[in-house]
Design a protein around this ligand. Structure first.
Ligand SMILES: Nc1ncnc2c1ncn2[C@@H]1O[C@H](COP(=O)(O)OP(=O)(O)O)[C@@H](O)[C@H]1O
Ligand SMILES: [Mg+2]
Length: 290
């Protein structure tokens, strides 16, 4: 199956949140990466038919997703960025409730709910009320509810927000296993969340996709612009003001190694290094992030 956005535009008054966006997605894990305000949530809400575009369209195998309606939503799973939970529901009750809304029959709902609770590491807490859950536990429950109908298209808006490192690893493994023969789209403003699971990165800025490709393909766009250089630790602070620094590593000899994004060598003796996604992100988002 092929999901395509064609000249997709969404305006809120004079603000253009998604600007003539074009993208074609087939099976695989896609990382939607961009600073806050880039338009990720709006794009995802359009993909989920929660919002209508101002102009342009989204088609699944050539058919408008708005015309497909229920038939489209049957194959869709969605975790919104701000998800409303029912604090007095238990984890299991909540999944059964969402399953009922999605039209699953009772027996299937029970089976799938307990399998999913197991997969997101909540089987021990299935009968605990959601109000007792940590942020990461709620987020894992949110991911589980998005997967209840075994969706062909899974859209997760900032799914790793609030997850601790162990939960992130579990999430990565879950998505990798789930994504075979499906389309999975994850948004984040944290590069390391998707660097290892996304087969393709869509980098979004000001409502447009400015890069689309495999991680190493898109990072090659800034090859020659990432440097490492060693400076006295006492002066490292002063460099952070004038340079775009993606990493800073203190060494034991009183020196600090700076990783710098710059078109020219930032200091004498700087060595060119291979760019990674984090570098690319900083290259494009320096102003917005500060
Ligand atoms: N309902 C809305 N009304 C007005 N402006 C909005 C609305 N939703 C989003 N925006 C604006 O659209 C832009 C994109 O927002 P959003 O899609 O939430 O970006 P992201 O998820 O990448 O942070 C932002 O400038 C935001 O302020
Ligand atoms: Mg968002």
């Amino acid at each position: 199956m092929e999901l395509s956005a064609v000249d997709l535009t969404k305006r809120y008054g004079s603000k253009t949140a998604v600007n003539r966006l074009n993208a074609t997605l087939t099976n695989g894990v896609y990382g939607l990466l961009g600073a806050n305000g880039a338009g990720k949530t709006t794009f995802m809400r359009l993909l989920c038919t929660v919002q209508r575009p101002t102009s342009g369209k989204i088609v699944l195998d050539g058919k408008s997703i708005w015309k497909l309606g229920e038939r489209y939503r049957d194959v869709l799973g969605y975790l919104p960025q701000h998800f409303g939970y029912y604090p007095d529901f238990t984890a299991l009750d909540f999944l059964l409730y969402v399953a009922a809304l999605k039209g699953l029959d009772n027996r299937k709902a029970k089976k799938v709910s307990s399998e999913l609770l197991e997969e997101v590491g909540l089987s021990g807490e299935s009968r605990c009320k959601i109000k007792t859950f940590s942020g990461g536990m709620k987020q894992r429950l949110g991911i589980a509810q998005a997967m209840l109908n075994d969706p062909y298209i899974l859209i997760l808006d900032e799914p790793t927000a609030g997850l601790d490192p162990k939960e992130r690893v579990r999430f990565r493994n879950l998505i990798s296993a789930f994504s075979k023969d499906r389309i999975v789209i994850l948004s984040t403003h944290i590069v390391s969340d998707i660097e290892f699971i996304a087969e393709r990165i869509m980098m979004m800025k000001a409502g447009e996709i400015i890069h689309f490709g495999r991680p190493h393909e898109i990072t090659s766009r800034i090859s020659g612009c990432v440097w490492e250089c060693s400076v006295p630790t006492s002066r490292a602070e002063q460099y952070t003001v004038s340079l775009n620094i993606s990493n800073l590593r203190n060494e034991e000899n009183g020196r600090t190694v700076l990783r710098v994004i710059a078109d020219q060598p930032p200091v004498a003796g700087a060595v060119k290094v291979q760019p990674n996604l984090e570098d690319l992100f900083l290259y494009y988002f320096k102003e917005e992030e500060q």
